[in-house]
Design a protein around this ligand. Sequence first.
Ligand code: ADP
Ligand code: MG
Length: 243
Amino acid sequence: MQEEMVRSEKAKIVSEMAAAVAHEIRNPLTTVRGFIQLLGAEGISAEKRGFYQKISLEELDRAQMIITDYLSLAKPDPEIVEFIQIQDEIRYLSNVLLTYANYNNSQIETNIALDEDMQIVGDRHKFRQALINIGKNAIEALQDGGSLTISAKKREGMVVIEIRDTGVGMTEEQIQRLGTPYYSTKEKGTGLGTMVSFTIIKKMNGTITIKSKPGKGTLFCIQFPHAYAAVGSMEEVAAGKEQ
Ligand code: ADP
Ligand code: MG
């Protein structure tokens, strides 16, 4: 009896993991598919070809990273702590999201303070995964002709990232359910994207504020402590490595 319970519990965890991996792998695969399609267009410039190729390779690497992440979920892995340049990351994010936006005629705008020092610390690959999941939801919420705006600025020792869409929006009750596993209103949704994003952001000492109105759109405001605030822990990490 006892053993049977343990076995069915294990089977449940395995199938949950499989669903999560499938979900997370689908994002980079969709991106790569979009770029391979673009590569097949006639008269494409060498510059564009190089760019599409670069992003495709990065996304394939990301897929590989995700698999590694999930396979190592059971093991307590040493936290990766590196400096993350927000300007670079926003540019990367908008390029990745463009491939999704192309499908539904929507627009992506970025609004970044270029001259500000906007660095945070954390695991870059997990950070990318967190923002792509939120950005992808924003794109999927858009109806034809809608827009997505990504902005980043520094405010009182924090780096503030805003992802705003003019899409379908959410009710208060729907907002409350965000981040809980398997909550999805989509036909082919898995309801794992926001759960993964929220977990990563919280691990990085970030906070998430959501404002939304049905029919109007949604704003995700994500705040992280600036790298200065985290430098103490960076030094600890460096010291730990030397020993
Ligand atoms: P999935 O995208 O597979 O449905 P997620 O966890 O990524 O799973 O999202 C859960 C649900 O949250 C979505 O199905 C959608 O109803 C809602 N949602 C998330 N972001 C937005 C947004 N920007 N606008 C409207 N609804 C959203
Ligand atoms: Mg999603």
